[in-house]
Design a binder for this molecule. Structure first.
Ligand SMILES: Cc1cc2nc3c(=O)[nH]c(=O)nc-3n(C[C@H](O)[C@H](O)[C@H](O)COP(=O)(O)OP(=O)(O)OC[C@H]3O[C@@H](n4cnc5c(N)ncnc54)[C@H](O)[C@@H]3O)c2cc1C
Length: 414
């Protein structure tokens, strides 16, 4: 690498949306940026996110938006004030990608895809002077010289100095796309306070489906149901949506939305009971009256199907979870249709999760996202200790924190 002797040089390690946004803001700030990534190309998780429709951000009001970051709202909010939903949409537009607001308020590129956006972004980054170093796996710092960053490359180990470093190494899910969480011990060894990585927006196992239910209904969607779960604090989470029955449990957007709560309940109590309302559009009284209606010679299944539209996977789940006596008692059956208890016993492994909770604690960072114990080293993206539901909140905060880390670097270099 040859740089102008007077131009500060910043190493950005990790080329996901957080690192790329940091690189963009740093290059705009007039520093030389070298971006390193372990993989042969950057943005692999971003591209995967585009497969099911890239949910870039959300259009809800700022207050509701920042509320999605729960306990970390206070630290995320200032970053979103500088680069939030509106800025993100304008940024995509400037790259030639128009966005639209879906019926749920979620924001997507017009063509739903990530690839055109990434392509345009990388072209602009290269044009602004960012130099990409692929297949450079960061290994930490040289034991004898703190100023030297160590990288494993196809040509052997390489060392690199920089005036500042932005780490944007991602969380620990979907390791095959690059974010494998191998950075955790590297930072912990240097005294950084890192909360263990945990699955967030993840599926769960139940104690075990019956062979019949598993073989017949794994892969079936449950729509539309409402899920409620009570946190240890007493707060009740309640939301309507959809989820999917899996071989060993449940997954999908509604389960992900409750996943942080359920995960924490399991950690405290070894299981979490969620309640499913199979007919969220119907009142308990209506359901009770319909179930209790005389059914003559008709079977219960036919009765539930014709009176309430309960059949298929919903009917099967009632039989799977309820004792015979409850099914036979109209009042108890009606109550269960409105609040069917399902016990979750463990979250699916981190590698399968949409995102990671845990990471570098904000208490270890200053307002510019620099590690207090490692001056000149900044952190951004999913490797920070925050979590949020799906809905565009993940990408927005990753990019906002990339921009915030870049501001921190520029302020320090100035
Ligand atoms: C299936 C799926 C769908 C998703 N859909 C959405 C969505 O629609 N909307 C949304 O908001 N979010 C979505 N997400 C989440 C979102 O993609 C992530 O939160 C986001 O990519 C995290 O950005 P990041 O830059 O922090 O980390 P990453 O994107 O994980 O990037 C980290 C980078 O660091 C590199 N790296 C890691 N370790 C090293 C090392 N030691 N040396 C060098 N390089 C290293 C990796 O190779 C990688 O390129 C989805 C996630 C998944 C799995």
């Amino acid at each position: 690498m040859s740089h102008q002797p007077s131009t500060p040089c910043v190493a950005v390690i990790g080329g996901g949306p957080a690192g790329l946004m940091a690189a963009e803001a740093l290059a705009a700030g007039g520093v030389q940026v070298d971006l390193f990534d372990a993989m042969p190309s950057v943005g692999r998780k971003f591209l995967l996110a585009g497969k099911g429709g890239l949910n870039l951000t959300h259009s809800e009001p700022f207050d509701a938006f920042t509320g999605r970051y729960g306990a970390r709202r206070d630290v995320i909010e200032p970053m979103l004030r500088a680069f939030g939903s509106a800025e993100l949409r304008a940024w995509a537009q400037a790259l030639g990608v128009s966005t639209f607001v879906g019926s749920s308020g979620r924001v997507f590129p017009i063509d739903m895809k990530a690839a055109p956006l990434l392509r345009a972004w990388l072209a602009r980054l290269r044009a602004s002077g960012v130099v990409f170093h692929m297949r450079h796996r960061w290994l930490g710092w040289d034991a004898a010289n703190d100023a030297l960053l160590r990288f494993a490359t196809p040509r052997g180990e390489a060392a690199q100095t920089a005036d500042a470093v932005v780490l944007a190494l991602g969380g620990g899910s979907w390791a095959r796309l690059g974010s494998d969480g191998a950075w955790v011990p590297l930072l912990a060894q240097r005294g950084a306070d890192v909360a263990p990585l945990q699955p967030s927006n993840c599926g769960f196992d139940v104690a075990g489906w019956s062979e019949f239910f598993r073989t017949r209904f794994a892969g079936h969607p449950m729509k539309t149901v409402a899920l409620s779960v009570r946190a240890a604090s007493g707060t009740v989470f309640e939301q309507a949506g959809e989820f999917v029955i899996t071989e060993g449990g449940v997954e999908g957007s509604l389960i992900y939305a409750a996943s942080a709560l359920a995960r924490d309940l399991i950690a405290a109590d070894s299981s979490a009971v969620i309640h499913l309302d199979l007919l969220p559009g119907r009142s308990a009284e209506f359901v009770q009256a319909e179930v209790a209606r005389p059914r003559g010679s008709r079977s219960l299944s036919t009765h539930l199907k014709s009176r309430l539209g309960i059949d298929g996977v919903k009917a099967a789940l009632l039989h799977e979870l309820l004792p015979r006596e409850t099914i036979a008692d109209p009042d108890r059956l009606a109550a269960a249709i409105k609040a069917l208890p399902l016990t979750l016993v463990r979250p699916r492994p981190l590698d399968e999760a949409i995102s990671s909770a845990g990471g570098v604690r904000f208490e270890a960072l200053d307002e510019g996202l620099m590690l207090r114990g490692l001056p000149g080293v900044f952190c951004a993206g999913e490797m920070l200790d925050w979590e949020a539901p799906t809905g565009g909140y993940l990408l927005t905060a990753c990019m906002a924190s990339g921009a915030a880390a870049a501001r921190g670097v520029l302020a320090r270099l100035a």
